[in-house]
Design a protein around this ligand. Structure first.
Ligand code: ATP
Ligand code: MG
Length: 393
């Protein structure tokens, strides 16, 4: 098995100074995810390429899995690196390498050489032709097809020579840490973990806030959210998770406000409290898992009322997604199984039979006046009593 990976990343939009920031963050994030994989990994950057080299006993499939989750990686390729000892030696090595992999199969192939170093005696066309011929002579079952080959053998001539024919897809996106910070309102549901994943994929570092309502919500419901944060952190890296005891705030709203407006008013308080921790963590935005029309609290009118309670921009990456599309992503990223565990959420406990679906902001604000002088201290207490933990992959 190859012990080196060549990392490919999208190069568009990362010109000039940004490019270095991007590459350095990517190197840092790759090193960080490999720390928990068995083996010693040397990660180095070399003119527009990143190489990851495993040393000693190493769990290479674990390393592949880890790389498949690092945002910013477009593809990663197990490669063989050869010293330049002349073209004849290269041909021999290529014959041996292909022999060890797909040389005995009945497939069409093409050689795609790239010469980053112009002092190499053959140009790319000559390398393609010569290696193509050598390989079809060595393995008569192989046939050159330059248009739609089943196997593509890449040969990159740099200081060393990289030979590879396998390219595995990375998650794409931008390296976490290159686009600022945002704070995810993380519930135990299906949607918010996906929303966090999608924003993190654009290079944003996440914080998270979870509202629970003990004793109405259980310790297991809380653990489920911690578990979800951990699953997200496999992609997003370390996450600061704030667990807010929301019970007294909720009870006060329940006691004072019209019940058909409970959900909206509660969500507005969630925004306010989440914003406190967002600012504390240096975030430039909030994130929720809302999608238009999914439930009463996610109609256009409800979203308008919820939004108004926040001063930071609220990112809702799932706004135009159907539930099934969200489920598909959650299955793919590995949060679905945990999300569907049947534990109660604080939102579902104090819920009205017939919540307003078209709340009016002026009426909501009028109802909130009933809380004046009674809720501020409860909000402060909830913030002061919040449990904060750092969730790592
Ligand atoms: P999810 O699947 O993310 O729980 P949902 O379909 O259950 O979403 P709601 O309960 O209306 O929808 O919540 C909408 C959004 O509000 C969630 O996606 C999440 O961002 C936030 N939210 C809801 N409940 C909580 C909570 N207990 N703690 C933190 N954020 C919450
Ligand atoms: Mg929910």
């Amino acid at each position: 098995m190859n012990r080196t990976f060549l990392i490919k990343y999208a190069e568009i939009a990362i010109k000039g100074k940004n490019r270095r920031i991007f590459e350095d963050a990517l190197v840092r994030n790759i090193r960080s995810v490999l720390q928990s994989v068995e083996g010693n990994y040397i990660v180095r950057k070399e003119n527009g390429r990143i190489y990851v080299k495993a040393e000693g006993e190493a769990d290479l499939s674990g390393a592949e899995k880890a790389l498949s989750r690092v945002f910013g990686i477009k593809a990663y390729c197990p490669v063989t690196l050869l010293p330049d000892e002349g073209f004849e030696r290269l041909s021999e090595e290529v014959v041996r390498l292909v022999g060890e992999t797909w040389g005995k199969e009945n497939v069409t192939f093409k050689v795609d050489a790239r010469r980053a170093r112009k002092n190499y005696p053959l140009d790319s066309m000559e390398i393609n032709a010569a290696l193509g011929e050598t390989l079809s002579t060595a393995y008569p079952n192989l046939r050159v097809d330059v248009h739609t080959p089943e196997k593509l053998l890449r040969v990159e001539i740099r200081e060393e020579i990289a030979v590879y024919s396998e390219e595995l897809p990375g998650p794409g996106g931008l390296p976490v840490g290159t686009s600022g910070n945002a704070c995810l309102l993380l519930s135990g549901g299906i949607d918010s973990p996906v929303a966090g994943y999608l924003i993190s994929k654009r290079g944003v570092k996440l914080s998270a806030v979870y509202f629970h309502a003990p004793p109405y919500t259980s310790e297991r419901a809380k653990q489920k959210v911690v578990d979800l944060a951990k699953l997200i952190s496999l992609y997003a890296g370390e996450i600061r998770l704030h667990i807010v005891n929301f019970t007294d705030v909720q009870l006060k709203i329940y006691d004072e406000c019209p019940h058909d407006e409970l959900t909206i008013i509660m969500r507005r308080y969630m925004m306010e409290i989440a914003e406190h921790f967002a600012v504390e963590d240096g975030c430039q935005a909030l994130i929720t898992g809302e999608s238009i029309g999914q439930v009463a609290s996610q109609t256009m009118q409800s979203l308008f009322c919820t939004d108004e309670a926040a001063t930071l921009p609220v990112f809702r990456p799932l706004i135009g997604f159907d539930k099934q599309d969200i489920i598909d992503i959650s299955e793919r990223i590995g949060t679905y199984e945990t999300s569907i565990l049947p534990f109660e959420d604080c939102c579902t406990i104090f819920v009205a039979k017939h919540p307003v679906t078209k709340p009016r902001l002026d009426r909501i604000k009028k109802s909130e006046e009933l809380l004046t002088g009674k809720i501020e201290e409860l909000v402060e207490t909830a913030i002061a009593g919040t449990e904060t933990m750092t969730v790592t992959p």
